[in-house]
Design a protein around this ligand. Structure first.
Ligand code: SF4
Length: 336
């Protein structure tokens, strides 16, 4: 398609994602998706990258994920295009997109309609396909190709909450990677299937407190391990599970319509309440990010979810600070 991203970039070029967007479209356009959040947080230099972004003029009082994305792109000049979702994810990405565009990065916007509206989402999806140069038939083929991988991730999730054969940390890492399938769905599927074959041979784990982790993905690196040391298992990673699109939908628009993260909180509340009951959760940890507007949802979550809830705030990447560790210990003690 003339003027589309796939015409601008050579096949196999990497395209950065600021959040989960319809990855089927990126792959169908012959491009390689790279979740910039994962690129940032996986780097051993993540903390330094945040400081680097501040040294370049990004304010201290904005979220570290945004600075991490900015710095990740500076470290990876081969990523010359970015897909940003201002609506449905984060308004900071609007200004970030403009800064990136001023530096020659091509920025394509994908906006989840707010309020949630299926017709508007279908229209946005069609415009996104045109912008990227992805044919609808190719997108449908990609959706069909990813469906068994999404099912395998749902099975991995079941092995976390039903049998305990997959740890909370493993669950988090696999599900969070489904935003971009690490750029290569074939090799992702192969590794996932190997992992599942090994996981089912593990003895089931029945003991311990059962926790749900809700809110945006934590910037802390050792949260799950610390909770395990305290005898508590995270058996529900809310948003990473949503990234894997665990619903069984025939249509791509329907699939992203049922994705709870980008719309108002009603869908999320329903999804969390269902998990609380099905997974027999003892308590919830609501992770909030410093300087993030989503902190305001804490009140609604507390009002609507009838379960002990600890709000845990993080700022910069790295291990848990001593205050957070103590708060987690006290919370687990109360639940015992
Ligand atoms: S944590 Fe909040 S402020 Fe930071 S990128 Fe995500 S939505 Fe935006």
């Amino acid at each position: 398609m003339p003027g589309s991203l796939s015409r601008l970039l050579s096949p196999g070029s990497k395209v950065g994602l600021t959040t989960t967007i319809p990855v089927e479209v990126v792959l169908a356009a012959g491009l390689v998706p790279v979740d910039l959040n994962n690129l940032f947080i996986a780097s051993p230099q993540a903390l330094q990258w945040v400081s680097d972004a501040e040294a370049e003029g990004l304010p201290r009082t904005i979220c570290a994920w945004i600075k991490g994305i900015y710095a990740a792109l500076a470290q990876h000049p081969e990523i010359r295009a970015v897909i940003a979702a201002c609506q449905g994810d984060c308004s900071y990405t609007q200004a970030l997109g403009e800064i990136l565009a001023s530096r020659g990065v091509t920025v394509v916007h994908f906006n989840y309609p707010y309020p949630r509206d299926k017709a508007r989402l279908a229209q946005e999806m069609a415009e996104f396909m045109a912008q990227l140069g992805a044919e609808p038939a190719a997108v449908a083929a990609l959706q069909a190709k990813l469906a068994p991988i999404r099912q395998a991730l749902a099975e991995l999730d079941r092995l976390t909450w039903e049998t305990g054969q997959v740890s909370g940390r493993e669950n988090f890492l696999w599900l969070i990677s489904s935003s971009d399938f690490e750029g290569d769905p074939d090799s992702f599927a192969l590794r996932l299937n190997n992992f599942l074959q090994e996981a089912v041979t593990r003895p089931p784990v029945k003991d311990g407190l059962r926790l749900g982790l809700i809110g945006i993905p934590p910037i802390f690196t050792d949260l799950w391990d610390h909770l395990e040391e305290l005898g508590a298992q995270v058996v529900f990673n809310e948003i990473p599970r949503q990234f894997s699109l665990p619903h069984h939908d025939g249509d791509l628009t329907e699939q992203y319509y049922h994705y709870t993260y980008p719309y108002d909180i009603t869908l999320r509340l329903r999804d969390i309440a269902q998990a609380v009951a099905q997974r027999r959760l003892d308590g919830l940890i609501h992770y909030t990010q410093s300087f993030c507007f989503r902190q305001m949802y804490d009140r609604l979550l507390r009002e609507h979810l009838q379960l002990p809830l600890l709000t845990l705030e993080g700022d910069r990447p790295g291990p848990l600070d001593s205050r957070s560790r103590m708060r987690l210990e006290a919370f687990v003690d109360v639940l015992r």
